[in-house]
Design a protein around this ligand. Structure first.
Ligand SMILES: C[S@@+](CC[C@H](N)C(=O)[O-])C[C@H]1O[C@@H](n2cnc3c(N)ncnc32)[C@H](O)[C@@H]1O
Length: 213
């Protein structure tokens, strides 16, 4: 599969515009590079943080949280918005344990609720409504997550969903793998649903930012 669609100079330029990060966050970025773990990275993280600040988000639900890098951006926004909860959900015990360490070291103790479970089922079982939902689970499961997200997000809330360019695979007419079809189908549904105002922002691997009317 191809890497990011953005030319390296543009990708690096966007990252260079993000203010310096805490050493712990920088260490998380270095670790992702070292082991090739797919974190959202600085430019997308900054965008997530900014949107969460803009809408004053205090109740955030994340699906597919890894070791807490994207969570850190949302937790900072929620802290600055006056406090609240970010739900961190991943089905891997070890990643959840790592996230607790990193997010504690970043000073987000008490702001994050951890779930080791399947993310869509966890969202279904968690009382809402949420101000912001972030989705970064396995891509084949994107379409089936949409009705649950729509039910749990408040009107005026924002959905951010990662990998909507899927490294260019969506443009390959011969690629009908489940993940690629999942990204295509999700994009079709949300951009054709009058209940949402959605835009695809081609930062890194593409984020759809969608406003629930
Ligand atoms: C792309 S990584 C998350 C990166 C994270 N959002 C970040 O930027 O720091 C997705 C993680 O969610 C897990 N995952 C994927 N689908 C999931 C699901 N349906 N339920 C729970 N965890 C899931 C994967 O195993 C992986 O650890």
């Amino acid at each position: 599969m191809a890497t990011d669609l953005l030319p390296t100079y543009l990708h690096d330029y966007l990252d260079s515009l993000v203010p310096p990060r805490a050493p712990e966050l920088q260490a998380m970025e270095a670790y992702a590079k070292q082991v090739n773990f797919p974190i959202i990275g600085p430019a997308s993280g900054q965008l997530c943080y900014q949107v969460a600040r803009m809408i004053g988000a205090r109740r955030v639900f994340e699906l597919g949280s890894g070791y807490g890098y994207s969570t850190a951006w949302f937790a900072r926004a929620v802290q600055e918005n006056g406090g609240g909860t970010v739900h961190h959900v991943v089905w891997d015990e070890e990643l959840s344990r790592k996230a607790r360490g990193h997010l504690g070291a970043l000073g987000f103790e008490g702001l994050v609720e951890y779930h080791v479970a399947e993310a869509v089922e966890t969202l279904r079982a968690t009382p809402g409504p949420f101000d912001l939902i972030f989705n970064d689970i396995d891509k084949h499961a994107y379409p089936e997550s949409l009705p649950v997200i729509a039910e749990k997000l408040r009107s005026g809330g924002v959905l951010i969903i990662d990998n909507m360019l899927w490294h260019g695979a969506i443009f390959d007419d011969g690629d009908h793998t489940l993940n690629t079809e999942g990204v295509r189908e999700f994009t079709r549904r949300i951009t054709n649903d009058a209940g949402w105002a959605a835009s695809l922002i081609p930062v890194r691997d593409g984020l759809i930012v969608a406003y629930k009317k």
